[in-house]
Design a protein around this ligand. Structure first.
Ligand code: HEC
Ligand code: HEC
Length: 330
């Protein structure tokens, strides 16, 4: 081949090369505009992967359900990521975490109503009790019907009134019976939708931060005591009372006040205690509460038998009538 011919074919090749490069660049540009590179760089989920995701999600639910069952069977096995104390019980929010702003204010008001009910919800309280007398440590203590556990339980069906109960229904009930609202200045529990409910519910909801909802958390409610062979006996209960309870609650069960008239030990029966309709008036509920919480500072120190007997003794005493009986008689 001549020198000239060589140069000509080199020139053609260069031009051809440039054309090919341009065409490729053009294709690449349009491909990129159409998002085509994504197909290679980041694989979009195919139908198979979609199914896989659904399966993974359903497995995640299943292992959560299994973890909750294991936790309920054994409180030392809490699912990962849930704040727990040294005994494995849910650890509610700490006061220092209460946020600023309107919601934080409601939480603070709710806490004050809960712990000083007579002072902060005066109109609706007909006895000398406060919510926290039965739901100890401001509603934090496990096995004392803690409010963090209650917050994740409602709405729920209750056989007591044969309907779905919201948290407001539940609090309405504790005002009606445990706080004996019939003898309060207003003559009844807070009307539906009252700010008292909003503040209390804000407090409970905030306490439960980090807990799974619609679950039974270990430490919820009061423990159930197995029935004993001897059954519950009022006479034996009286001796248990004198030996273990009277020092604080008084020989007459009427509790004690300090020099400023503030209740330091709440009354267990009589005109200023819970009424006949209250949960604490059921022997089994009182026995479970007492076993796990009384004498104060010495939980689980009574035998089951002693707890049943003293519960029978307390619940045998006079106290305000069940308002439902009054309604019936009218
Ligand atoms: C005399 C004791 C007593 C007082 C006072 C009391 N409660 Fe209760 N409360 C109970 C009992 C008993 C139960 C039933 C617990 C159970 O069924 O395990 C209960 C249950 C509850 C529940 C549902 C708990 C759960 O885990 O389902 C809430 C919420 C509640 N009370 C709120 C209050 C509020 C708010 C106040 C004050 C306005 C109050 N209680 C005052 C004894 C009391
Ligand atoms: C060291 C003092 C002390 C002793 C002893 C004691 N309690 Fe209490 N009890 C309290 C206090 C204080 C509360 C209220 C708890 C709170 O507000 O934190 C309470 C609350 C109660 C309540 C719920 C509120 C109410 O008024 O109905 C019952 C029921 C109860 N005690 C029963 C008993 C029984 C039964 C015994 C004996 C086995 C007993 N207590 C021993 C201090 C004591």
């Amino acid at each position: 081949m001549s020198k000239l011919g060589l140069q000509a074919s080199l020139g053609k090749r260069i031009i051809l090369g440039l054309v090919v490069a341009l065409v490729l660049l053009g294709i690449g540009f349009f491909f990129a505009r159409l998002g085509g590179w994504n197909y290679f760089l980041r694989s979009e989920p195919s139908i198979d992967q979609g199914e896989q995701n659904v399966q993974n999600a359903s497995q995640a639910r299943q292992s959560f359900v299994d973890d909750m069952a294991a936790w309920n069977a054994d409180p030392s096995k809490p699912p990962a990521g849930i704040p727990v104390d040294q005994d494995g019980y849910f650890q509610p929010s700490l006061d220092r975490e209460i946020p600023d702003g309107e919601f934080g204010d409601a939480v603070r008001r709710g806490r004050e109503i809960f712990t000083n009910t007579g002072t902060n919800a005066t109109e609706f309280v007909g006895n000398d009790l406060a919510c926290s007398n039965c739901h100890l440590d401001a509603g934090r203590r496990p096995n004392a019907a803690p409010m963090w556990a209650a917050a994740v339980k409602y709405p729920a069906y209750r056989s007591k009134n044969e309907m779905i109960n919201t948290m407001e229904d539940r609090v309405h009930g504790c005002f009606t019976y445990s706080m004996n609202a019939q003898d309060s200045p207003s003559g009844g529990p807070p009307p539906r939708g009252h700010q008292v409910y909003k503040d209390l519910e804000s407090y409970f909801f905030w306490l439960a931060q980090g807990a799974p909802i619609n679950t039974h958390l270990p430490g919820a409610g009061y423990p159930e005591l197995a029935e004993t062979e001897l059954g519950a006996d009022i006479g034996r209960g009286e001796s248990v009372f004198s030996a273990n309870c009277a020092a604080c609650h008084g020989d007459n069960g009427q509790g004690r006040r300090d020099l400023n008239g503030r209740v330091i030990f709440p009354p267990l029966w009589g005109d200023h205690s819970f009424n006949w309709g209250a949960g604490m008036h059921r022997v089994n509920t009182a026995a479970g509460f007492i076993k796990a919480n009384m004498p104060l500072g010495k939980p689980y120190s009574l035998t089951d038998q002693e707890a049943w007997d003293v519960a029978a003794y307390i619940t045998s005493k006079d106290r305000p009538i069940d308002p439902r009986d009054v309604d019936k008689s009218q």
